[in-house]
Design a protein around this ligand. Structure first.
Ligand code: ADP
Ligand code: MG
Length: 679
């Protein structure tokens, strides 16, 4: 069996399973082997009902009391059962699993595994527990089972059975020799692949992860460093000429640039007017005002009769940038001709746009990265700006710099990366830091609360709406079939509840990743125009969105998110001159006692938060919440694995200078095997 064989070659994988796997982006046996667990479940021996503690995951062996009842609520089948042992009772609930009724016969014993919650009147409840026979559970008891990202119709158990076959039949020859393995204290690749899926204990997970993270970083860094070598030699045949138009724009802005913005614009301008291609990263916390720097650079290009493009990670953000630039153009009478390119445009609109770009009638192209990269032919491209750079892999950057002969590259990121790591990760870029927020900003007021505060929170949202301000409510996305998804708020249901809780006069909108791009855009535009008072959304609004009139952010189940991500989310408010508020609501009772959330409560500074987060999680935290909104690797986490990152950087240097030779093919293969998520 070869890594690129189709997964249909795995025994037991038919058309139906193939389709499910394809939803998880698994097409080949190699991809299956590289579909790493999200975490692991330890199957502890069952406890007695009296030993259950609310909030904890447990297995309990109980007898079904009476006949379970099947009802419907909101179009969903809901199955209720009572169960107990000699020490106590439990209420059990399942959604969308009516067929379980046949198994749960009165008087039958089963092992139920799930999270226990406090129900009404001191009762205990378990929602959506998994059901095992005593023998089944006996076999699992004491083991460490992988937990995979799922899609409805597929279980971790099914995936793990297929992975087992793939691992048995694939070979993972190591491209690092024994000496290197010893030097970097790494276990062999084949062993790591085995142990990441089927570890005996935490130590094995730790070692497997360390090896695979190392490989992932190494492949990335070798590419980065190659790119740097190329960048250094990129000469520009026609440096841009200074233009008075940028000064005019700065003066016409409705605000004064901060000193940091002025300094960084000076650096960008100097790069653009020099003979070597710019490769600059602008790093600045959320709300530090990066966008206007991109606009200035685009104006300078346009004034030189050249073209520039601005890529955003989402359509919503691209559309927003386009409108902002168009507004500036009108306000200041700029000559620039911006054009928007997004996936939700019709084929005809796209064709027309491509034509205008090809002929040079449009000189500032704003769109999502996919569109800009693949199909666009420029007449005279001089500058590529990518907003929220961490969302783009190196591959994209390479692709782009191939478009124009030697284009200037400007990347903008809000990810607070400590300098030592930035040097490695952005080895191919010069770094400018926007270390100052605009003056008009009042620090965001934060609070961390438990659900008992919800009524007050709603009253607050209502009062803010009355004062003409808007609110974001963030719910974590529910992944169906995931064991621990009970109790999570999902967008549609939540909006429904909110409609009941708030007066009818408040306009409530919803936004989530599964909506069509055009619908998302419509909702975002309506929110920006003030036609929606409360926007209930998943984290799709995480990056870049700018609606300064929004002053409240309420994050439900806040403990489920990474701190960096929460910081990004919070960055959506506090963008204007009104006081803004962020309410982090925990899904459990912990509220303000949650240590991680307390960090956000104390500080609005991205660098501080990243540092504290790292301290709190500690290097041994394998099962913690992954950072999100950062440079995304399949396994690696630049903060948590910073030591591995630095080591991989060292080896990458040795590869580049020829001291260590690695088989090119293997490195390439690895690059494909673990693909950098490009969003
Ligand atoms: P980010 O750095 O997060 O991308 P943006 O560029 O979206 O931030 O800017 C956030 C908001 O701040 C925008 O509404 C923008 O117009 C405004 N802004 C930018 N620079 C300044 C400034 N110097 N003074 C006041 N407001 C500013
Ligand atoms: Mg931005």
């Amino acid at each position: 069996m070869q890594a690129d064989n189709s997964i249909t070659t795995v025994k037991g994988v038919g058309a139906k399973t193939t389709a499910l796997f394809s939803k998880l982006h698994i097409e080949t046996v190699g991809q299956l082997a590289a579909y790493f667990p999200r975490g692991y479940d330890r199957f502890e021996p069952p406890v007695f009902a009296s030993e259950l503690t609310p909030g904890e995951l447990a297995a309990v062996r109980l007898c079904i009391v009476g006949t379970p009842s099947l009802t419907r609520a909101r179009g969903m089948a809901v199955l209720h059962a009572q169960a107990g042992d000699a020490t106590g009772r439990l209420r059990l609930t399942w959604f969308r699993m009516p067929y379980l009724k046949k198994t749960l016969l009165p008087g039958s014993w089963h092992v139920f595994r799930g999270v226990v919650r406090q129900g009404a009147q001191n009762s205990l409840v378990m929602e959506q527990p998994r059901v095992f026979s005593a023998e089944e559970y006996g076999k699992l008891s004491g083991t460490f089972q992988p937990r995979y990202g799922l899609t409805p119709g597929i279980t971790s158990h099914m995936i793990s059975k297929c992975v087992r076959q793939a691992l048995d039949q694939l070979e993972f020859p190591d491209y690092l020799n024994q000496k290197l393995l010893e030097q970097y204290r790494l276990i062999p690749l084949a062993q790591a692949m085995e142990k990441i899926h089927f570890p005996k204990d935490e130590e094995e997970v730790r070692q497997a992860r360390r090896r695979l993270v190392f490989d992932e970083f190494l492949a990335f860094l070798v590419q980065i460093k190659r790119q740097k070598a190329i960048n250094g030699q990129l000469l520009v045949d026609r440096p841009l000429q200074p233009s008075a138009e940028t000064k005019r724009l700065i003066e016409a802005l409705p605000y004064r640039l901060t000193e940091a913005q002025k300094r960084v614009w000076g650096q960008i301008e100097k790069d653009l007017e020099s003979h070597t291609a710019m490769n600059r990263l602008v790093q600045g916390d959320v709300g530090s005002g990066k966008t206007v720097l991109a606009f200035l650079a685009l104006v300078l290009c346009s004034e030189n009769g050249r073209q520039g493009c601005l890529m955003a990670p989402t359509e919503v953000l691209a559309a927003q940038h386009f409108e902002a630039l168009t507004e500036l153009k009108e306000r200041c009478g700029l000559r620039i001709s911006p054009i928007l390119l997004t996936g939700s445009m019709t084929a005809k609109q796209k064709r027309e746009a491509y034509e205008k770009i090809r002929q040079g009638q449009a000189d500032a192209v704003i769109g999502t990265h996919a569109l800009i990269q693949e199909k666009v032919e420029y007449r005279d491209l001089a500058l590529v700006v990518t907003d929220e750079q961490h969302r783009f892999g190196v591959r994209q950057r390479e692709l782009l710099s191939r478009k124009g002969e030697s284009t200037h590259v400007l990347v903008m990121s809000a990810t607070p990366i400590p300098r030592t790591l930035a040097i490695v990760l952005y080895g191919d870029l010069e770094v400018s830091v926007l270390d100052e927020l605009p003056q008009n900003r009042l620090p965001i007021k934060n609070c961390v609360v438990n659900p008992s505060f919800r009524r007050k929170a709603y009253a607050f949202i209502e009062a803010q709406a009355q004062a003409g301000h808007q609110t974001y409510v963030i719910c974590p996305m529910v992944e169906e079939g995931e064991e621990s998804s009970e109790g999570l708020e999902n967008v549609t249901d939540y909006a429904e509840k909110l409609r009941e809780a708030l007066p009818d006069t408040l306009r409530i909108g919803t936004l989530h990743g599964r909506m069509k791009a055009a619908d998302k855009q419509r909702v975002m535009e309506a929110f920006a125009a003030g036609e929606i008072d409360v926007l209930v959304s998943t984290t799709v609004i995480e990056v870049g969105i700018n609606v300064p009139n929004a002053t409240v952010m309420l994050v439900e189940n806040a403990e489920r998110f990474g701190l960096a991500q929460l910081h990004q989310l919070r960055g959506r408010v506090g963008r204007g001159d009104a006081q803004s508020f962020c309410i982090f609501m925990t899904g459990d009772e912990s509220g303000g006692k949650n240590k991680r959330l307390d960090v956000l409560n104390k500080s609005n500074d991205g660098f501080f938060i990243a540092g504290e987060d790292l301290k709190l999680r500690g290097p041994g935290d394998l099962f913690g919440i992954r950072q999100s909104g950062d440079l995304e690797f399949a396994l690696g986490d630049i903060y948590q694995d910073s030591d591995v990152l630095l080591l991989a950087g060292e080896l990458a240097d040795r590869v580049l200078c020829g001291e260590v030779e690695l088989p090119e093919k293997e490195l390439g293969l690895f690059g494909r095997r673990i693909d950098y998520r490009t969003i």
